[in-house]
Design a protein. Structure first.
Length: 343
């Protein structure tokens, strides 16, 4: 074995067959019998054979790898989207290479470069919060490599996108609070460079205006929407003695921070203040009171994103790809934190 690594020639020698037979068996070629395929796979396992994806890509023009870039993989939303992508990818014998940008522009650029260097067949990405310059994504397009964006997208790139209707989700959440009698609704938002937060803020404002409630800039708080940001924003509103009777956050994490601070300051929930988050993270159903939130349809989003990617990849004319935008409808999950009468 060369350098201690098994090759297809080692498998061929072990089984007394040709290297081309081994190669065809490993690639599930229909010309090879099932019995031979089983023998080849068994020998490959015994020899701990690892395919050389780069060499394979050079030979076939396909690496069977998709690069997936997410801000973080430890959020239920992103991990569920990844699961949805993998369900489709694995069904067509593709593997997913997952990279995290940690919402850092430099890391995102380096990640894209690394994925291009390992010859991925295409990239699926959700843009980081600090990303304003998208030249590294334009580089993917210039190379003729398929790129599909999901969730956090930008209009600067003419590529296919899969998103939820963030405006609709925020409008529904805000209108629900208004229907429960709220008139002074605090909104936690993030950078308006990112479409999802811009749309959630627009949905919040339009719901207020529809019901004759003016938009008070004092009630809109911008932050990174982490738990500690929710705590800080809520405490600022309380300390400034700004009247409020509800909080709608563009993130479940910051609404959790708000819940903690409200309890520490003696507020009764939902009697004094009603709360709605966004994301339907698993912890929202275990809080006291349980949190009303917006479900983002994460697994269907992953499925559709992967299906969109493969549609592009399998088009014969890669120079004439028409970008499309798929918009999924989110669902308001009503729980005790926003209701006049707890159920």
């Amino acid at each position: 074995m060369k350098n201690g690594k098994a090759t297809i020639h080692d498998i061929a020698e072990k089984l007394q067959v040709t290297a081309s037979t081994v190669s065809r068996a490993l690639n599930n070629n229909p010309r090879i019998s099932d019995a031979t395929k089983k023998k080849v796979l068994k020998a490959a396992r015994e020899l701990n054979y690892q395919p050389n994806n780069i060499a394979s890509a050079l030979r076939s023009g396909r690496s069977k790898l998709i690069g997936v870039v997410v801000p973080t993989a430890n959020r239920n939303f992103f991990s569920s989207v990844i699961r949805g992508i993998e369900e489709i990818a694995n069904s067509v014998n593709y593997k997913v290479v997952i990279s995290q940008s940690y919402d850092d522009y430099e890391k995102e650029m380096q990640t894209i470069e690394a994925l291009l260097n390992v010859q991925v067949d295409g990239i699926i990405a959700s843009i980081g919060k600090t990303t304003e310059n998208v030249d590294h994504f334009k580089k993917i397009i210039k190379k003729g490599i398929p790129l599909v964006l999901f969730d956090r997208v930008t209009n600067e790139l003419d590529v296919s996108q899969v998103v939820i209707d963030d405006y609709y989700g925020a409008f529904q959440a805000t209108e629900h609070l208004i229907n429960e009698g709220c008139k002074r609704i605090v909104h936690f938002s993030n950078s308006q460079n990112i479409n999802i937060y811009k749309e959630r803020k627009r949905g919040y404002e339009d719901a207020l205006l529809k019901h004759g409630i003016s938009v008070d800039p004092e009630l809109i708080r911008f932050s990174k929407l982490q738990l500690e940001d929710g705590r800080a924003s809520m405490q600022e509103v309380i300390d400034a003695k700004i009247p409020f009777d509800a909080v709608f956050s563009a993130s479940d994490y910051s609404i959790m921070g708000a819940m903690q601070v409200l309890k520490e300051n003696g507020y009764k929930l939902p009697q004094d203040v009603k709360l709605v988050g966004f994301g339907d993270e698993p912890f929202t159903s275990f809080t006291e009171p349980t949190l009303t939130t917006v479900n983002q349809k994460s697994i269907p989003m992953g499925n559709i994103t992967a299906e969109t990617f493969f549609e592009i990849l399998n088009q014969k004319d890669q120079t004439n790809i028409i970008s499309k935008k798929t918009i999924l409808k989110p669902e308001l999950i009503i729980r005790n934190s926003s209701l006049n009468q707890q159920k």
